[in-house]
Design a protein around this ligand. Structure first.
Ligand code: H76
Length: 477
C-alpha cells in the first residue's frame, strides 16, 4: 500500500512537471551553483508577481540630460549608453551629476499614470551602467545626494507606487563604468585584487538597498555579461542567498548570475537559473514551447531601442495597439510584459509616453481582466489573436487583434468542453452567434459589427463540460 502511495505520488510529481513543459532530461551534470529549482516557484510572492502580468519600467539617470545628443551631435544608439559612446569624454559625462536636478519630478504623478495604464508593478533603475545612484548610497559619492536635487528618488518612487498599490522592483546594473575597481576581465593579479573590492562594494550596495527599502519585491539585474562577473558563481550565488534571507519572497531573474561553468541564464544542464526567464528583451516568444515551462518577462521599449530619455526618437515608434498586442501575447504565453518609460531630465514624462499610457489604460479598463491574473489557454492558436484564461475565475478569453473582414472567428476548443456562450467583455446581454461543428470541439463565432470596430476586442467564452463525451468515455470502461 505504501509503495502504491509513493508510486502515485511520484506519478503526480512527474505529471506536474510535464504539464509545466519541463523536458525529462534534467540535471545530469552535478553543479554547485546551477538552477535553484526545476519548474516554477509556487509561493505567494511569486504568484503575485505572475498575476501582476503587466509592469512599467523606468530608466532615469544622468543620461536624461544629454538625451541622445552629445555636444550637439545626434547619437542613434540607446541614450543610456551615452557614456560609452565614441567621442564622449567620460570625465565630462560623470560631472553631469552637478546638473542633475529633476525639479518637476512628481513620483505620485508617475505612479498614478502607471496605475491608470493598468500596470501592477514598476521596475526602476537604482543604478544603470554609468554608476550614478538615484539613492543616497554610503558606498559611493556618485549619488543623488551630491546632485543639486539632493533628495532620494528611490524612496519617493517606492512610497508613491506602493501608495497606489503597485509593487516595486529595483533595477541594478552589476557592470559599473564609474567605479575604479570594476574590471570587465580578470587578467592580472591586480585585476583580481581590485575586483574583490568591487564585489564588496556591490554586496554592500545591494544590502543597503534592501535595508532602506525592505518592502520591494525583487531585483532586476543587468550588466552581468562581463567575463569578470561570470567568474563569480559562488560569490553571486551566496550573495543572492543573503539577499533572499533579508527579504523573504525576493524575486531575482535569470540574468543575475552564471553557474560553475560560467553559463548564464540557463545552467550547464539547460535548467533556468533564478526565478523567471529574463532573456526576453525587446523580443517575445512566439509559442508556449519557447518558454520551457518557466515564468518569464518581456521588457519592451516604445521606440526601437531607447530606454533612457532620447529627445529625438527616429525610426519606428510603436503605437498603443502594437504594444497591447505584445502585452496580450505575453499573457497568452504565461509571461509578464513590462513597458519602458524614460523620463526627461526635469523629471516629467514626455507627451508621447503619456499618450500611450492613456490609450493602453483606456483599453485595459475594459479588457484588463483578460490580462491580469491570466495566462496560457491550451487551445490551438488562431490567426485572429490570443486566448487567455483567468487563473482565479477560470474565465476564458479571445483577445482579437486581427479581426477577419468576414467577422467569422474560428475556435478550436478541446473536445471535453462545450462553448455555451460568447460575448464581448462587459456586454453579456448581447450574445454572439455560435456555430458548432458537432463533436470536434470546433466553433465559429460571428462578429457582425466589423465595420464599426475601432480597437481590438475581447470576447469572453462560457464553457461547460461536454457530457456526451463523458458518456462515451464511461461506456468504454
Ligand atoms: C544592453 C542593455 C541594457 N538592458 C536594458 C534593459 C537597458 O537597460 C539597456 O541599456
Amino acid at each position: 500500500m505504501r509503495t502504491l502511495k509513493l508510486l502515485i505520488g511520484v506519478l503526480i510529481v512527474c505529471t506536474a512537471i510535464n504539464i509545466n513543459g519541463q523536458s525529462s532530461k534534467r540535471s545530469s551534470l552535478p553543479l554547485e551553483y546551477g538552477a535553484e529549482r526545476l519548474g516554477k516557484r509556487t509561493d505567494k510572492a511569486m504568484q503575485k508577481w505572475r498575476d501582476n502580468g503587466f509592469g512599467q519600467f523606468i530608466h532615469f539617470g544622468l543620461y536624461a540630460i544629454p538625451g541622445g545628443f552629445w555636444e550637439g551631435e545626434f547619437h542613434s544608439f540607446a541614450a543610456e549608453w551615452m557614456r560609452a559612446e565614441k567621442g564622449v569624454d567620460t570625465d565630462k559625462y560623470d560631472l553631469l551629476y552637478k546638473k542633475f536636478n529633476p525639479k518637476q519630478l512628481d513620483a505620485r504623478a508617475w505612479a498614478k499614470q502607471a496605475k491608470n495604464m493598468g500596470a501592477k508593478y514598476v521596475v526602476i533603475t537604482t543604478k544603470h551602467h554609468d554608476g550614478f545612484c538615484l539613492w543616497p548610497s554610503k558606498y559611493t559619492e556618485h549619488n543623488i545626494s551630491n546632485s543639486p536635487y539632493k533628495k532620494d528618488i528611490i524612496k519617493q518612487v517606492v512610497e508613491a507606487y506602493e501608495a497606489e498599490g503597485l509593487d516595486v522592483i529595483l533595477y541594478f546594473s552589476i557592470l559599473d563604468w564609474h567605479h575604479p575597481s570594476y574590471r570587465s576581465k580578470l587578467e592580472t593579479e591586480d585585476d583580481k585584487k581590485e575586483f574583490e573590492i568591487f564585489k564588496e562594494f556591490t554586496s554592500n550596495q545591494l544590502k543597503e538597498l534592501l535595508t532602506l527599502y525592505p518592502s520591494v519585491k525583487g531585483f532586476w539585474f543587468d550588466g552581468t555579461w562581463d567575463s569578470s562577473w561570470k567568474d563569480q558563481a559562488e560569490f553571486a550565488y551566496k550573495l543572492s542567498e543573503e539577499l533572499r534571507a533579508m527579504v523573504p519572497g525576493l524575486i531575482i531573474g535569470s540574468r543575475y548570475r552564471a553557474d560553475d561553468n560560467r553559463m548564464r541564464g540557463y545552467d550547464s544542464n539547460g535548467d533556468l537559473m533564478g526565478d523567471y526567464g529574463q532573456g526576453w528583451e525587446r523580443n517575445l516568444p512566439s509559442k508556449i514551447e519557447d518558454v520551457t515551462g518557466n515564468d518569464w518577462e518581456c521588457v519592451m521599449t516604445i521606440p526601437h531601442n531607447q530606454w533612457g530619455y532620447h529627445s529625438d526618437w527616429r525610426g519606428h515608434v510603436k503605437d498603443s495597439y502594437e504594444i497591447l498586442d505584445m502585452l496580450a501575447r505575453s499573457a497568452s504565453l504565461d509571461g509578464n510584459f513590462v513597458l519602458n518609460f524614460g523620463p526627461k531630465a526635469d523629471g516629467t514624462i514626455r507627451i508621447e509616453e503619456t499618450k500611450i499610457a492613456e490609450e493602453i489604460g483606456a483599453w485595459m479598463k475594459v479588457n484588463g481582466e483578460a490580462i491580469h491574473n491570466s495566462g496560457h489557454l491550451n487551445w490551438e492558436k488562431q490567426d485572429w489573436g490570443y486566448y487567455t484564461i483567468n487563473r482565479r475565475t477560470n474565465k476564458k478569453y479571445m483577445i482579437v487583434f486581427n479581426m477577419p473582414i468576414s467577422g467569422k472567428l474560428r475556435v478550436k476548443a478541446s473536445k471535453e468542453l462545450n462553448i455555451s456562450k460568447a460575448f464581448e467583455i462587459g456586454n453579456s446581454d448581447k450574445l454572439l452567434k455560435l456555430e458548432r461543428i458537432y463533436d470536434h470541439g470546433e466553433y465559429w463565432i460571428h462578429y457582425d459589427n466589423v465595420e464599426k470596430l475601432k480597437s481590438p476586442i475581447v470576447i469572453e467564452l462560457e464553457t461547460s463540460i461536454n457530457k456526451n463525451l463523458r458518456k462515451i468515455e464511461n461506456t468504454k470502461t
